[in-house]
Design a protein around this ligand. Structure first.
Ligand SMILES: Cc1cc2nc3c(=O)[nH]c(=O)nc-3n(C[C@H](O)[C@H](O)[C@H](O)COP(=O)(O)OP(=O)(O)OC[C@H]3O[C@@H](n4cnc5c(N)ncnc54)[C@H](O)[C@@H]3O)c2cc1C
Length: 335
């Protein structure tokens, strides 16, 4: 595996080295097709390293944490790259480069380094987007002074009041985990109903120290310099009423966003997700199917955002590319 570009056009360029992108690369390397794999992050794995809990729904095996799954995945791609290299086919892996723009007419990608002031241009005969999800973050007035008390992962150490923001499984499970050690637990959710599993909602509803604000959102944060506590301003979604609550820290679990902003001018998207056909081929803005552009994993419209889905998409895309290469007579001999 090399980590520098040796040319400006590759048979296949994959954007995103999470489970979907790595699965595309694994499938192609098995067929001895050269790949350029690009990721904005310094290491492979996508969301996997950020999963603290065991992975129990993946046929690839039980994983103690997402980090473990990421390490196993990296071992797999390193071994595949080594095997392919023995037959003269290389994997080029470019970490710390973000795809900034894509031109669907030329298959050209503009890349920006995430660590230095450098930009590159590269083209793929085929291009695969597997850029996944990122956490949705809060951007509230006053948040800057309270940043140390706002947790997207982990939790605050001290205090007696926590505010949890969100209404899905992550938010409610977090609340259940911290409730026993807190005096007051406040739950705030924009919708009138929770999206979490019914059993989780039932357990949350029975907590004795819980105050719930449904159909409400946090609109501002402030730090009280004397007490060190955070003042949370909560407003109903219609803006009709406002209240404040003091808190020691906040747990924020407000969902995920697809990393597709850079595709908005080139591909057909729906709520930020790439629309694909049954072979995971994308469409341009004029709704023309693009034979050589694919998308897989969480960013696919209607996809179930799971590791197994991402791996399945990745291998299906690899199969389409192998099939097309074979039809063109360009598939290298399988040994
Ligand atoms: C807390 C948590 C718990 C989860 N638990 C489970 C579970 O138990 N079981 C399960 O099956 N799934 C679970 N998931 C979901 C699972 O992690 C995702 O479905 C899976 O990682 C999606 O893979 P992906 O390859 O589509 O995207 P990702 O894993 O998001 O990978 C995308 C990659 O693309 C890169 N990227 C983004 N934008 C660009 C760009 N412009 N240019 C270059 N690179 C870019 C990112 O850096 C990232 O490395 C969990 C997720 C989270 C956050």
């Amino acid at each position: 595996m090399t980590e520098t570009l040796s040319k400006n056009c590759y048979p296949v360029v994959i954007a995103g080295a999470g489970p979907a992108g790595v699965s595309v690369a694994l499938g192609l390397l098995e067929a001895r097709i050269e790949v350029l794999l690009i990721d904005a992050a310094p290491d492979m794995g996508g969301q996997l390293p950020s999963i603290p809990s065991p992975i129990t729904n993946f046929a690839g095996g039980y994983k103690a944490t997402g980090k473990t799954a990421g390490i196993d995945m990296k071992d797999a791609i390193l071994a595949a790259a080594e095997n392919a290299q023995e037959e003269g086919v290389s994997l080029t892996y470019l970490p710390n480069y973000q795809v900034a723009t894509f031109d669907a007419r030329t298959n050209e990608l503009q890349l920006k380094s995430t660590v230095k002031a450098e930009a590159l241009t590269v083209r793929g005969d085929r291009v695969v987007f597997c850029t996944g999800y990122r956490e949705r973050r809060l951007h509230l007035p006053g948040q800057e002074q309270c940043e140390q008390a706002v947790f997207y992962h982990g939790q605050g150490e001290d205090g007696d009041t926590v505010v949890v923001i969100g209404g899905g499984d992550s938010a409610l499970l977090k609340l259940l985990a911290v409730a026993p050690q807190m005096k007051n637990v406040i739950l705030i959710h924009r919708n009138k109903h929770f999206k979490a599993r019914p059993d989780v909602i039932a357990r949350v509803s029975s907590l004795p120290n819980l105050e719930v604000f449904l159909g409400s959102q946090v609109v501002a944060l402030a730090r009280n310099a004397q007490t060190g506590k955070i003042t949370v301003t909560i407003e109903t979604m219609d803006g009709a009423s406002r209240q404040t609550r003091p808190a020691d820290w906040l747990a924020v679990k407000v969902g995920y966003l697809p990393n597709t902003e850079f595709l908005a001018d080139s591909l057909l998207l729906e709520n930020g997700h790439v629309i694909v056909d049954s072979s995971l081929r994308a469409y341009d803005k004029e709704e023309r199917m693009l034979t050589n552009v694919f998308a897989g994993g969480d960013i696919v419209s209607g996809s179930f955002p799971r590791i197994a889905t991402a791996c399945g998409h990745g291998m299906s895309i690899a199969a389409e590319i192998i099939k097309a290469s074979f039809e063109n007579g360009s598939l290298p001999d399988q040994k």
